[in-house]
Design a protein around this ligand. Sequence first.
Ligand SMILES: O=C(CO)COP(=O)(O)O
Length: 274
Amino acid sequence: YLLSSARSPPPRPPGSSAPNPSRGKRGYVVGGNWKCNGTAASAAALVETLNGAGPIPENVQVVVAVPSVHVPLVLGSLRSDIEVAAQDCGANAKCGAFTGEIFAGQLLDLGVTWVVLGHSERRAAGESSALVADKCAVAVKEGLRVMLCVGESLEEREAGLTAQVVASQLAPAAKKLSKADWGKVVIAYEPVWAIGTGKTATPDMAQETHKEIRTWMSKNVGADVAASIQIQYGGSMKGANAKGLLSKEDIDGGLIGGASLTADFFNVINGVPM
Ligand SMILES: O=C(CO)COP(=O)(O)O
């Protein structure tokens, strides 16, 4: 697939947010998931808000996941130190007769550098972890970076199944992806009960699951990958609660829904420890 990126390359290569010496090699990734919100006019206004917000700290990589229909508008107008993600892509490994799908290579062709995969709202619409893993493999092969979302329901948490659920969501990806592929992946831990509900996991609850994810990755993919992979927290994260979450050892950023549609997104970004 011929790539002719419409956007000049981002100033920082993927994955190169500056390290914080106290946390090994990992910098932070803060994603804004706009979900299925907005019009062309409101997307343009949000771009203006982001363009006018202050500088981004050295140790943070910022990405916004915008509705596919708004990708060209955002790529053409957004400040170049924020990267652009799609919210999904197809499992098809090429262009062709796949009505309604978007091939990962088509996203790269536009200048999109990331894709969110396996969001709970897509899983609720019927996506299996096996399908999500297939999509991850195609996306990474084409050169996209992936935010791979996992997370348990309230029922599962109350039954003590959180660690098992996230492991089962990661397992098919672990079968499909090589260690090098994992270098292109960020895991977003998003407990379903915290998404859009105003109920945030406490920093300690989130840290516990992030640590379990890292331990699982160490056993099932490799200690090196586990040590370097960035794990974002998502679920009612906003400026007011970001600092507490981001101060935790295994929380390497956030994936922000509602608050990413407002200037509060930058309060999350600025909540990252220096
Ligand atoms: O789903 C989310 C990000 O992907 C989180 O959404 P909220 O921040 O609106 O809870």
